[in-house]
Ligand binder design. Structure first.
Ligand SMILES: *[C@@H]1O[C@H](CO)[C@@H](O)[C@H](O)[C@H]1NC(C)=O
Ligand SMILES: *[C@@H]1O[C@H](CO)[C@@H](O)[C@H](O)[C@H]1NC(C)=O
Ligand SMILES: *[C@@H]1O[C@H](CO)[C@@H](O)[C@H](O)[C@H]1NC(C)=O
Ligand SMILES: *[C@@H]1O[C@H](CO)[C@@H](O)[C@H](O)[C@H]1NC(C)=O
Length: 956
């Protein structure tokens, strides 16, 4: 055996020696850029050697321990993993050409020089790190979301407010590779060039281009400024006409943008206009910018889609333009402004949202953190310095990576040393640390080759334990609103909050961090304590609320139309008219008695009423106004039941909400179970959000919020006794809009009825009748406030954990006035706002629950709610069957109205007592005033139920 080995060894030796000349002849040097893409050819051996033998087996036998390269079948060396000049700038590859058994096999040496590339690898800038969005793949297609809100005055003298949320920007735009520049210093700058081809955007861009004066630099520039005291952040959007560029050549001013214009133009050559967007990434999670527009020299004309028909908006003047930039973040493995790039970071490295730079852990290095980094790391537990305080227990760790350690040592600040042999880990516990323990802790390791590595962690303990302050750390901070506790100064409150525990909002007239900023809001406007945003009082608009409504408008957000005639001037606040000589009367039209009911024009509905607290305010106003108009029999002045300041009473912040599972999906909204953090602890709530971001959904959303606020602001309202779902608040942030309601754990009545039908059978009627009594009480509450529900049905009744029925879903029904025009024609007789894709059967419009007169006129009253209540009773008696009129399964609106006019009603269900059916029939009387009021219905139902229970008890 031994002989055989020796022979073999000799053979090999011989071979190596005899091929020695070839060694010398086959030295090659190639060079490549460090940012070479994976799969790039480094060199092709057959071509290099001048042979045609491409099918030689080749293999790297030396010089590439971490697999940076790969040799393909045809002997081409290819980049297999990312290179990094700073880690290794030269590779000496030894490649075996031809298999061992091939007599012609030989070794080729290749020196690969890696070239340094400026700006590569990308820098990981911690300052502008974006959050990781675990739901990123589902929702966040954008690193940021930008919401834009604009106030404009039209040439017709109207004031419009629109708010647009862009969280998937430029989807129709032709976009250059995003030029994101992350600089090494604290500024992270983003620069984007986007060309426009889409027709709508093009026409808008043209309007802007020709409507505003251009700056010295030849662009139309919108410059925005974030206002907070501690951050200065600029954002600018420039519009450029490409033809300008072609006429004037390379525009020098654009060079300062550092965007390679010619390349951009080549990529965006089909665009007529280009937008350049640039901003410094703000450090706040959300930043509010106020923008300055260039001077406008002619009206702008925009086309707007409104319910599928196009309307024109002629803008005389843009009063305010503000933007909110919020960080959203990509999914963990994605980066880029559109989150469309794949991260390459390996071994637990974090990937930067902007440029995909990897933040390696201690044990790894390289662009992708996939090259082992031999050495040692030093760390402490707890790792957060603020958790290391006098008297705490701290552990210092030394950990060896990718090194065979012979000796590992830890040197303490006092000079003493702890040594371990043949160990790759050392943990030193420090009990009850004192200021004398502060200082550097150095881990040092010797490997088997005698190489030394070291790493240091510095202990710098805080004075007091967390949540403690004072000279002796004997006071507790207990900061609210997520504030941090500083041992000297106590709670460091977020913007808008003050007090020792951040428990109070900034005093009137101030806002911002430490309430240092002075509000600029004029004319009785309220000022948001957190960012100083103004909520204007009636009669004013503009970002400081210093612009009076245009001549023909007045009221909240200038949404009311003045009725003054004959050149009278209209008061911007309340719309009272000051007549010119010889005219008199309220409207200066001399007809003194005839008061025209002033009805607010539904301007808000025309132009995308997406968002904004103020729109909500306007809705409350409008709804209260209309309800009084419709349920006319009530004297109470509802506008006065809502005490001022309701916005701040009901507004909550998104930070205090933790969303849970989806528990319900309606036509316009969806309901999510959630936890709300309150001073009294966490409570489970139902958070209702819009289902889609469209006008219809937002309209319903605001209507529901407004009605619930109106109900809950009423002085007689009592949450404990009320049968209307309890409002807990709402969140009205640009990208997060939720109505927060009590969580009814027993679900909706319809589901309960259907379950009971399967499980219990009809003997459960008395129990369910109890719910009908509750809803009759809810209707009384609404009647007292002169509000209508318009969709009273079992599906909209929720049952709480204590088996109390509560009326919910106020947003479902359509607007009173607009509903009128929906009535005729199509199949259901009602215009259907975009049917949901996952079909919710028969929920599109509650035709079979709707009162006769509402079908005919589209008007809803408290009596029409009583009609629907009759149908609800029918649902209860039939244990959740679907109400159908005899004969026609899917009648149109007119067909159904005709049927009802003929006196046809829902049939008496089998086993339904005559008395019970009488109650239903009384609710369905043709003439609304002859129907019983909800109080009367309640009384009858209580009697019926008592009788049932007694009968059952005597028969049992
Ligand atoms: C080839 O490379 C080897 C090792 O780097 C070196 O010793 C030798 O001189 C080189 N030969 C030629 C011809 O460059
Ligand atoms: C070698 O093969 C690769 C594909 O595996 C191919 O892209 C390349 O062009 C080939 N090179 C030569 C020199 O044939
Ligand atoms: C530190 O550890 C000691 C002993 O294990 C323990 O008695 C003491 O409470 C600890 N101190 C702190 C602040 O946790
Ligand atoms: C620790 O390592 C650094 C280089 O990584 C070296 O400059 C320094 O002298 C070392 N310190 C000690 C005490 O060995």
């Amino acid at each position: 055996m031994a002989v055989n080995y020796a022979v073999l060894l000799l053979l090999v030796l011989y071979c190596l020696l005899c091929r020695a000349d070839k060694f010398e002849a086959t030295n090659f040097t190639v060079s490549g850029a460090e940012d070479a893409k994976i799969g790039t050819d480094v060199l092709s051996l057959p071509r290099l050697l001048g042979t045609e033998k491409a099918e030689l087996p080749c293999a790297i036998v030396e010089g590439d321990p971490y697999g940076r390269f790969y040799v393909s079948n045809n002997c081409t060396v290819i980049v297999a993993r990312p290179l990094d000049w700073s880690v290794q700038s030269e590779y000496l590859l030894k490649i075996l050409v031809g298999g061992q058994e091939d007599p012609d096999h030989h070794v080729v040496r290749i020196r690969v020089n890696v070239r340094n590339v400026l700006g590569y690898p990308p820098v990981y800038n911690k300052k502008c790190e974006t959050p990781v969005n675990p739901r990123g793949n589902l929702s966040g297609e954008f690193l940021f979301s930008l919401s834009l809100s604009v106030e404009v005055e039209t040439t017709e003298g109207d004031v419009f407010f629109t708010e647009k949320i862009i969280n998937k920007p430029f989807e129709k735009w032709d976009m250059d590779d995003l030029k994101v520049i992350i600089t090494g210093n604290d500024n992270c700058e983003v620069r984007i060039a986007a060309g426009i081809r889409n027709l709508n955007d093009l026409s808008a861009a043209a309007e802007i281009w020709y409507g505003f004066y251009r700056g010295e630099d030849g662009t139309v520039t919108l410059s925005c400024h974030a206002e907070t005291a501690f951050i200065q952040s600029e954002l600018s959007i420039m519009l450029l006409d490409i033809r300008e560029f072609h006429i004037h050549g390379n525009l020098p001013y654009l060079e300062q943008l550092e965007i390679p214009i010619p390349q951009v133009l080549e990529k965006l050559q089909h665009s007529l206009f280009i937008y350049f967007l640039s901003f410094n990434v703000p450090t706040n999670s959300r930043t509010h910018y106020t923008c300055k527009l260039p001077i406008q020299h002619r009206p702008l004309s925009f086309f707007k889609d409104k319910d599928h028909s196009v309307t024109r908006l002629n803008v005389r003047h843009v009063e305010t333009l503000t933007m909110d930039l919020s960080r959203i973040g990509c999914a963990p493995d994605r980066y880029g402004l559109l989150c469309d790039q794949n991260c390459i970071c390996k071994n637990g490295a974090r990937c930067h949202g902007f440029n995909g730079a990897c933040k390696c852990t201690d044990a790894w290095q390289g662009v992708a953190c996939d090259i082992p980094k031999p050495g040692v790391s030093a760390a402490t537990t707890p790792s957060d310095p603020s958790d290391i305080y006098i008297s705490a227990n701290v552990t210092v760790h030394c950990k060896v990576h990718h090194v065979k350690a012979t000796t590992l040592s830890l040197r303490l600040p006092n000079g003493s040393e702890i040594v371990r042999k043949n160990s790759s880990r050392l943990d030193q516990i420090l009990l009850n640390v004192q200021p004398t323990d502060n200082g550097p802790y150095m881990c040092k390791v010797w490997d088997t080759y005698g190489k030394v590595f070291n790493a240091t962690v510095v202990l710098d303990m805080a004075k007091c334990p967390p949540n403690r302050k004072g000279e002796f750390c004997d006071e507790t901070c207990d900061c609210l609103r997520g504030a941090t506790c500083d041992w000297r100064s106590g709670c460091v409150c977020p913007a808008g909050w003050t007090g020792t525990r951040c428990q109070t909002t900034c005093p009137n007239g101030t806002y911002g961090e430490r309430c240092r900023e002075e509000c600029r809001c004029r004319n009785g406007a309220s000022c948001s304590p957190s960012d100083g945003r103004c909520t204007c009082a009636a009669g004013w608009y503009g970002w400081q609320c210093d612009v009076p409504c245009p001549q023909s408008r007045h009221g909240l957000r200038c949404q009311q139309v003045c009725t003054c005639k004959n050149n009278a001037t209209c008061h911007n606040v309340d719309g009272t008219c000051t007549c010119v000589a010889s005219w008199t009367g309220k409207n200066c039209d001399q007809v003194e008695e005839q008061e025209q009911p002033m009805r607010p024009e539904p301007l808000l509905e025309i132009f995308v009423p997406i968002g904004s607290v103020i729109i909500l305010a306007a809705c409350v106003g409008a709804i209260l106004y209309r309800k009084r108009h419709l349920c006319g029999q009530v004297e109470a002045d509802l506008a006065q039941t809502v005490r001022p300041g309701w916005l701040s009473r009901w507004g909550k912040t998104r930070r205090h909400l933790t969303l849970g599972p989806l528990v319900g999906m309606g036509m316009f909204g969806q309901v999510i179970q959630a936890k709300l953090k309150t001073p009294a602890g966490n409570i489970t709530v139902a958070a209702k959000a819009v289902r889609r971001r469209d006008i219809q959904c937002y309209r319903n959303f605001y209507r529901e919020a407004a009605i619930l606020v109106a109900v809950h602001e009423d002085q007689h309202h009592d949450n404990l006794r009320s049968n209307i779902i309890q409002l807990l608040g709402f969140i009205n942030e640009p990208t997060h809009k939720y109505i927060l309601m009590e969580y009814a754990s027993n679900g909706n009545l319809l589901r309960l009825l259907r379950q009971a039908r399967r499980q219990v059978g009809p003997q459960s009627l008395p129990r369910h009748l109890r719910y009908a009594v509750h809803i009759a009480r809810a209707l009384q509450e609404l009647q007292r406030l002169a509000l209508t529900h318009r969709d009273v049905a079992a599906r909209n009744v929720l049952i709480t954990a204590h088996h109390v029925a509560k009326l919910a879903d106020f947003g479902q029904a359509r607007d009173v006035y607009t509903a009128v025009q929906y009535v005729p024609n199509d199949k259901h007789g009602i215009e259907q706002p975009a049917k949901p894709k996952d079909n919710v059967k028969n929920e599109v419009f509650p035709l079979n629950w709707t009162a006769l007169e509402s079908l005919e006129t589209g008007e809803y009253t408290c009596q029409s709610d009583v009609w629907s209540f009759g149908v609800l009773l029918w649902e209860i008696v039939t244990m959740g069957q679907e109400p159908r009129y005899h004969g026609n399964d899917q009648p149109t609106c007119q067909q159904l109205a005709r049927t009802l006019r003929r006196g046809i009603r829902l049939r008496r269900p089998p086993k339904c007592s005559v008395e019970m059916y009488d109650v239903m029939m009384s609710c369905w009387r043709e003439s609304p005033p002859t129907r019983p009021g909800p109080d009367e219905v309640e009384m009858k139902l209580v009697h019926l139920r008592n009788a049932m229970i007694t009968v059952r008890e005597t028969t049992v």
